[in-house]
Ligand binder design. Structure first.
Ligand code: 13P
Length: 258
């Protein structure tokens, strides 16, 4: 099997202020610098991207910068939207596509997620495609079906050569911000199924090289058990990413699992 290096993302969502974002970026960069073998990306709100980019650069790298969303059009009359070119201009190398809150609060569908993902790839960005089932879907046995649909439609028309710039985050909706984490085994089962879908689309070697993160109430306390699973290659962290020490501990758990 291909060795996969873990990747941990800190999705700050609609949190922090200008000074707090810069301070958090500095603290995260300092925390993860000594860790070998784990890639770290922070996702601040759009309006703080440039300042966080500068703070990360001053801190000597260590953590990369991503945006929480994008719009697929290059420019024009799309009030309130942000293009991938603008994100790059602000120093972002990564972008999330299809985060649960975009899908379920902002009602974005799979077609729009796919357009955004492809626009980001086309511009040279790396993308974390987020998928995951709602509670009623899990309770009615639809977990794998929902994840499969979101993966197939999210990755539609992606070139095999672009897959290396994609990470998938499995984030069960019921686990996000609730304190209810998937058990390591439930998460592993979902990850294995997602990998099998990618293998069907792109072939086994490409699927084995793809990194799949778990997200949903990840903390320093539960990270180790999750990261020990063979198909879990890191975490996408919300609430716990706002505390530099805790986020660093999660990154360390991911690094130590390999
Ligand atoms: P929490 O870690 O707060 O549950 O959020 C997970 C998430 O949505 C990360 O993208």
């Amino acid at each position: 099997m291909t060795a996969r290096s873990p990747i941990v993302g800190g999705n700050w969502k609609m949190n922090t202020d200008r000074a707090g974002a810069v301070a958090l970026a500095r603290a995260v960069a300092a925390g993860v610098r000594p860790l070998a073998g784990v890639q770290t990306v922070v996702f601040p709100p759009f309006v703080y991207l440039s300042e966080v980019a500068a703070a990360l650069a001053q801190s000597g790298g260590g953590a990369s910068l991503g945006a929480q969303d994008c719009y697929h059009a290059e420019k024009g009359a799309f009030t309130g939207e942000i293009s991938v070119g603008m994100l790059k201009d602000c120093g972002a190398a990564w972008v999330l596509a299809g985060h649960s809150e975009r899908r379920h609060v902002m009602h974005e569908g799979d077609d729009l997620v796919n357009l955004k993902l492809r626009a980001a790839l086309h511009a040279g960005l790396s993308v974390i495609l987020c998928v995951g089932e709602k509670l009623e879907q899990r309770l009615t046995g639809q977990t794998d079906t929902v994840n499969e649909r979101q993966v197939r439609l999210g990755l539609r028309s992606v070139e095999p050569s672009e897959l290396a710039r994609i990470v998938i985050a499995y984030e069960p909706v019921w686990a996000i911000g609730t304190g209810k984490t998937a058990t390591p085994q439930d998460a592993q089962d979902a990850h294995r199924h997602i990998r099998s879908v990618v293998a069907d689309m792109f072939g086994t070697p490409a699927a084995n090289a793809l990194r799949i993160q778990y997200g949903g109430s990840v903390t320093a306390a539960n990270a180790q058990g999750l990261m020990a699973q063979p198909d879990i290659d890191g975490a996408l962290v919300g609430g716990a990413s706002l505390k530099a020490d805790e986020f660093t501990a999660i990154c360390a758990a991911a690094a130590n699992a390999r």
